[in-house]
Ligand binder design. Structure first.
Ligand SMILES: [Zn+2]
Length: 81
């Protein structure tokens, strides 16, 4: 399965989650081989990838949201493992 195509399709997907429209748009920019690979990606797969959110990391002590690059909580100062 080609993650790159899936990722690009998700990027084209609007708020209305119209997979076929995004696919048409994406296909226009591809050659035949890549186009075929994109046609084989199922609609459900695209929807699932587009709606999945990466897990938000939270402080172990106070539950404050942590940005991806910070390793120390900005609220309570706990160093994250
Ligand atoms: Zn904290």
């Amino acid at each position: 399965m080609n993650r790159r195509h899936l990722h690009n399709l998700c990027a084209l997907l609007g708020d209305d989650l119209d997979v076929e429209q995004a696919r048409d748009e994406y296909l226009a920019s591809l050659d035949a081989d890549d186009g075929l690979a994109v046609l084989l990606i199922s609609r459900d797969e695209v929807i699932a990838a587009a709606t999945a959110r990466p897990p938000v990391s939270r402080c172990e002590r106070c539950g404050a949201r942590l940005s991806r690059k910070r390793h120390r909580c900005s609220r309570c100062g706990l160093r994250q493992t």
